[in-house]
Design a binder for this molecule. Sequence first.
Ligand code: ME8
Length: 532
Amino acid sequence: MNQPTFFTTPIYYVNAKPHLGHAYTTIAADVAARFNRMCSSDTFFLTGTDEHGDKILEAAKKENITPKEYADKISGLFRNLWPELDISNNYFIRTTNADHIKVVKDLLQKIYDSGDIYFSEYEGIYCFGCERFYQERELVNGKCPDHGTEPEKIKEANYFFKMSKYQDWLIDHIKTHPDFIRPERYKNEILSFLKEPLEDLCISRPKSRLTWGITLPFDHDFVTYVWFDALTNYISALGYPDGELFKKFWPHTKHFVAKDIIKPHGIYWPIMLKAAGIDLYESLNVHGFWNVSGTKMSKSIGNVTDPVEVSGIYGVDPFRYFLMREMVFGLDANFTEDTIVQRINSDLANDLGNLFSRVLSMNFKYFRGNIPQPDERTEKEKALSLEKYADTAIKEYQKAMENTMFHRGLIAVWEFISIMNKYIDNNAPWTLAKESSQKKTLETVIYNLLEGLRVVSCLIYPVMPETSFRMQKLLGIEKERTEQNNDTENDFYTLNEVMPWHQLKKNKKLEKPPILFPRIDTDTIRTKEMKK
Ligand code: ME8
């Protein structure tokens, strides 16, 4: 068993329902977690919701319900969405949980006792949308870069966290741990931000202004700044300080976030951990933004894409495949109906789907579905083996997946698929079948193709778990499913089990293949959408 690893997504605000961006990060972290399980490594995968602060209070007011009622409702939407998208999280945390609140208070008290939190009067410009103070130089034309609104000048006494004290230490840590923030561009972004003096962080809000938050343990007139509260979820979920999960999984942690929240994760969070004497996480994995039809997703434009709708139309596995294949982790990507249809039709229906159905149909036609068993003795048969191509694909796939380059991992698998498609054309089984002297060669060719499909079915597991299982069932090699608990989910082959070549056994009879991925007809979809 390799080192245990802890995977996290951001905990999402409950001020609006889940959209494409939330689905992407959660699927990416799920793919990484499933790949880790494939590497026989103990895995704990966390997601959840961030439920305190102004944003939630305002949203609840609009609906005329209490913030807790509001949070229950939206948090439920996130929690119910994840099983639908085949997310294999081990726990779902809510920042309104009593256990979490206790850990936030303990952490604050610990840092306060060590002298890194102080009380002071402060006058500054504040964006209510971001719930934070800004510095003049961070504004764009005097406006908040995220909300485009003019921040308000406010003056109040608050508690501050001495981040400035840790600036040099953090720069050094980032420079000496190349994988701490990745890809590289985001590490550079943080380092360039750290060239300017780091201001201390205001970690309280007076109750006269905001009550929906966690009361400071050392001053009951204030609540905790929502980011201090939210970041703590990553350790409260593991039962910090002495829970078994914390002891086992922390600090072997891979955080997944988008570029919008690298500052809290790349600056506040490591400093909070350091100040509290807790080891730092292993890596912050940052991806870009999904735009929709070339524009930023926004309520006012009306292009906020609903993952339930999209996966309902195209299927969960094709949706997961599209997201992982289309976005280069770290860069922005564009979502349009045409691109998803194109990907599904070319990569899934044509390349993989056709290959699968061609091979199984030929096996059915030439051998009545019985898996042929090649005799490896002749040089000719050895030369026909696809083993070396499978080896190359597995190596490239593994390297890419370990580095969150999911699109590259999939490219490696699809290159192998394309080799198999060419192998069929080059060896023309339909011609071999006409000559009885070629029977052995025909058996070898079909056997190699079935073996190739077995390898592909194993490698696509993290991205398309359902298709992987379906292919394996049709190849007669499915693993037993236990669905009661994600921890014991064992319906996949580990990377070590994928090779050696030559695992399919004789005496298995395979059925005629169904269509794995139906081709999508754009007109049908448009009609379906119009009818809604
Ligand atoms: O920031 N493309 O929550 P949030 C890709 N509660 N990913 C996107 C996206 C897009 N267009 N839009 C959002 C918060 N995301 C805090 C986090 S963590 C301790 C607290 C995803 O609901 C992406 O993961 O605003 C981004 O980082 C996150 O949603 C922000 O979610």
